[in-house]
Design a protein around this ligand. Sequence first.
Ligand SMILES: Nc1ncnc2c1ncn2[C@@H]1O[C@H](COP(=O)(O)OP(=O)(O)OP(=O)(O)O)[C@@H](O)[C@H]1O
Ligand SMILES: [Mg+2]
Length: 376
Amino acid sequence: MTVQIAAKADATQAAREVAVRASHVSMDFGSGALAVDDASFELEKGRFLTILGPSGSGKTTLLRMIAGFQKQTAGEITINGKAVDAAPPHRRSVGMVFQKLALFPHMTAAENVAFPLKMRRFNPRQIAGRVDQFLDLVKLGGYGDRRINELSGGQQQRVAIARALVFEPDLLLLDEPLAALDVKLREEMQLEFRRIQHELGVTTINVTHDQREALVVSDNVIVMDGGRIQQQADPVALYRAPANPFVAGFLGLSSFVEGTATADGNLKVGDLVVQGTAARRFETGAPVVAAIRAEQIRLAGTREALAACDMTLEGRVCDTIFEGERQMYVVEIGALCGATFRVYHHDPDSFGLFRVGDPVALGWNRRDLKIFSPAA
Ligand SMILES: Nc1ncnc2c1ncn2[C@@H]1O[C@H](COP(=O)(O)OP(=O)(O)OP(=O)(O)O)[C@@H](O)[C@H]1O
Ligand SMILES: [Mg+2]
């Protein structure tokens, strides 16, 4: 690899510096609800942050404000300590890749990558060498003379990444640049993003509604819903300890059951006390909701077979879906007032073991059933 960029060399020292800070940022388009509602976060230099959330949750609006394309109606955003509104977008050191790539179709790959260097009046004698370095970085060495329409979707994506990085921006912003690609190519490009970001050490903010992408590529993830930041954490912590029912439902496959809090921190559904874990104390009798992930429930023919679990109950299979690497069972649980739990079964030898209508036993451990305040 020929690209030499200083940023990575002092990555450990740089890791403690804040690159992007948003403080109480809101965007009011005047259409009722705020598109972004009181968002605050910090991103350390050299880290990879993903903003994850469903359609309309405010991801693009937040990214556009960071890029300086849109001025927030409240709060402040700083990049390397300077307020974002101090300079027009083309004067800032920000590289961007959008869902629509906006490459110049009549130019070659090399001409596209050279464009930001020409705009920034780089020494013309150094441009060709640098373009080659960055085409190498995205594994397109030798493709420089191809026109954009002679490249595949994934190759075009790589040209767009090279073009966004070639002038060594302080910050790389990505707004769902992989959304148009097929699943295989998307997964390949996610790993490419990760590799390139590691190699260059460029601070990156990526926007996506794909939870797998967020978990795979990021050091840190912000989950948004309804314009509000729901949680910010590293991928493992986010998956393991969701802050609320929205996050529990958005990452992975969770089943929910409503009830009331007991004095000893469990959940009461009808007359049954269900063991679970809560991150905070609730008043006895307060309405609560519990969530459990499909891979944390065990399934067997009898409750005796699940003796190792903290909690076991009986249910009846009401649907089964074969998903290739696993079988998903939907199980109705009479003792939980007919709530249904979705359960993953990963052992291929026992796929199809249970059929619709079969009685089954379910078991889980107390720490895996998470008790929350009901969604607002
Ligand atoms: N220019 C605008 N004028 C008025 N409302 C807007 C404008 N841009 C976005 N919105 C609204 O702000 C909210 C957030 O939009 P935004 O584009 O940030 O969502 P998103 O999370 O990027 O969604 P998606 O995943 O669909 O791209 C939406 O309700 C949207 O309709
Ligand atoms: Mg968007």
